[in-house]
Write a protein that binds this ligand. Structure first.
Ligand code: NAD
Length: 241
């Protein structure tokens, strides 16, 4: 059977699908990923992105961190694409239980998905490191240099997991629970190179592991169904019955 027909058949037979995705899910919305040829890692900065987006760099060089962060991580005009929309439709139809994402852009929620587990946090939550007051991404974008709390004047930090920081334990546990109980796990738009997130796939014990990616990944040989292509183009071809 054609891979797309197989995927459509599986999807329409299940009420227990879990999706696990990464930056490739949002490239069709105009947000660059990290590891594609036109991704952030191919662009030139004074420091590599992993260095700038690390906890120790943030602590020592807040101005430089925010210069990069505002330019390269905040795409507040981006809109959900066909992949986000189809996943929201599948949840609405009672087929998909959860979206687990490494993305920080909030586009799944904007498309209407309700159960979204953000492993790496969100640019839309920013908090004062002293009093805990919450701020919008727009506030961070419009502020100069290091954004400061308008009440106590202390630094604001995005609720985004930086390199050298741990993932939220409760979110991770919930993700493991969804993946280990899933009938179908659809993995898409991720290089599966960032741990511990990529290791979550090991918790899937079913026989319908679907991998949708533009390029090869280290886990291709484990897939029961592999579709090479753009995830928005692929998912939009599924008719939900
Ligand atoms: P990655 O950049 O390492 O890999 C992206 C993968 O998606 C690549 O394998 C690429 O070939 C594939 N891809 C790109 N466009 C695609 C498309 N349209 N359809 C299918 N596949 C496509 O991304 P990652 O694995 O998510 O890991 C990088 C880290 O970067 C994550 O932790 C994430 O937090 C962060 N990040 C997030 C965003 C975002 O929120 N949109 C953007 C950049 C990076």
């Amino acid at each position: 059977m054609e891979p797309l027909n197989q995927l459509t058949e599986w999807v329409n037979q299940s009420r227990n699908i879990v999706f696990f995705g990464g930056a490739g899910v949002s490239t069709e919305s105009g947000i660059p990923d990290f590891r594609s040829v036109d991704g952030l890692y191919e662009q030139q900065y004074d420091y590599p992105p992993e260095t700038i987006l690390s906890r120790s760099f943030y602590v020592k060089n807040k101005s430089e961190f925010y210069r990069f962060y505002r330019n390269k991580m905040l795409y507040l005009k981006a809109k959900p694409n066909a992949a986000h929309n189809k996943l929201a439709e599948l949840e609405q139809a009672g087929r998909l239980k959860a979206v687990i994402t490494q993305n920080i852009d909030g586009l799944h929620q904007r498309a209407g998905s309700k159960e979204v587990l953000e492993l790496h946090g969100s640019v839309h939550r920013n908090y004062c490191m002293s009093c805990g007051k919450l701020f919008s991404a727009e506030y961070v974008l419009e502020s100069r240099d290091t954004p400061l709390c308008d009440e106590c004047g202390r630094d604001i930090k995005p609720d985004v997991v930086l390199y050298e920081e741990g993932l939220d334990t409760a979110t991770l546990q919930k993700a493991i629970s969804y993946i280990s109980g899933a009938e179908i796990l659809i993995v898409g738009g991720t290089s599966l190179a960032v741990y511990p997130a990529a290791g979550l796939i090991d918790y899937y014990h079913g026989s319908k592991l679907v991998l949708i990616n533009k390029t090869a990944t280290p886990m291709d040989s484990r897939a029961d169904l592999k579709i090479e292509g753009k995830i928005g183009e692929v998912l939009s071809q599924i008719t939900v019955s």
